[in-house]
Write a protein that binds this ligand. Structure first.
Ligand code: PEP
Ligand code: MG
Length: 325
């Protein structure tokens, strides 16, 4: 197996008919970059930055953040690294942070909503990312965007952070790519508008499924409803990819669905550009991509988009996979 993995790492995630797909890794702490390289990732598609806010001494300051981002981007040999800005609140409570009790934390003060009311913390992070951008291919991504006003506000604060760096004579990449997570149904439904504002999208299926089907992703009693192949979810994903491509921007997916081997051919057929997942899932997904053609993947998508229930879709896809592998 070791030998197999080593060989596979040298091979691109390319379909039978020559479409090159990028496979990114998701990480939560800088120490994970060894696994990223070992599993042949093309970069880091999602660097969850919440760990910076869980340090024993409290929130990391600008220098500590700058060092952490620099360390990560330097350790991946020039490959792209997408840093997601702070996504606290909701299911991600931060110890020591003023957690006021909310009736519906999942629908409450979280991610960019939190950052817009704590712009002091937000801008420390933005400046640290900007400064680290001179050391490699860094990208910025904003989580939990629900509409165009939030994109505008995030871009405005990023512009302020840029000015502050300039004033202090700190260099940064002027062309750093800026993207947003599409994980709220209203963002997916207005993705044609949002696509004109940013350089890339990243679909967060963990939250997108939760909000689309109205099912708490952490609640065992309703887990049976949490279904990536729900036709409502699939329509949203396809809409996001189509709208992004019409606007000429690429789409990443960084939710669990991107690393689920049953979903690989469907996402391929919908035209997803980058699949970002736990490093350990990369070899299997790569193998599936390498043994599939875009033509057959698109045909399969055409078939399942006509279907009425997730059960029907799931059975069809599994049958298709079993017949071909
Ligand atoms: C998601 O929502 O799919 C996602 C990648 O982010 P998180 O799981 O951190 O909310
Ligand atoms: Mg999310």
């Amino acid at each position: 197996r070791e030998v197999q993995l080593a060989t596979l790492n040298q091979l691109p995630a390319e379909t039978q008919d020559g479409k090159h797909i990028l496979l990114g890794a998701n990480i939560e702490v800088p120490e994970e970059t060894d696994a990223v390289i070992a599993h042949g990732a093309d970069g880091i598609g999602l660097f969850r930055s919440e760990f910076l806010f869980m340090q024993p001494g409290g929130v990391s300051d600008e220098e500590q953040q700058y060092e952490a981002y620099t360390r990560v981007v330097k350790s991946v040999e020039g490959k792209p690294v997408t840093i997601r800005t702070l996504d606290v609140g909701g299911d991600k409570a931060i110890p020591g942070f003023e957690q006021h009790s909310e009736k519906n934390p999942i629908l409450g003060w979280r991610a960019v909503r939190f950052c817009f009311s704590r712009t002091d913390l937000f801008k420390i992070q933005l400046r640290a990312i900007l400064r680290a951008s001179v050391h490699g291919d860094l990208r910025i991504m904003f989580p939990m965007i629900s509409g165009v006003e939030e994109v505008d506000r995030a871009l405005e604060l990023l512009e302020e952070a840029r000015s502050e760096c300039r004033e202090k004579g700190q260099p940064f990449n002027e062309d750093i790519p800026v993207g947003i997570m599409i994980e709220v149904p209203s963002a997916a439904l207005t993705s044609d508008i949002l696509a004109r504002k940013v350089d890339f999208f990243s679909i967060g299926t963990n939250d997108l499924i939760q909000y689309t089907i109205a099912v708490d992703r952490g609640n065992e009693r309703v887990a049976y409803l949490y279904e990536p192949f729900h036709p409502g979810v699939l329509r949203l994903i396809k809409m996001v990819i189509d709208n992004a491509h019409s606007a000429g921007i690429p789409v990443n997916m960084c939710g669990e669905m991107a690393g689920d081997p049953i979903a690989t051919v469907i996402l391929l057929g919908m035209g997803l550009d980058v699949f970002s997942m736990s490093s350990f899932s990369i070899p299997e997904v790569k193998q599936i991509i390498r043994s599939t053609s875009m033509m057959e993947a698109e045909e399969l998508v055409g078939e399942i988009m006509e279907m009425k229930s997730y059960r029907e879709i799931d059975e069809h896809v599994r049958g298709w996979m079993n017949a071909g592998y």
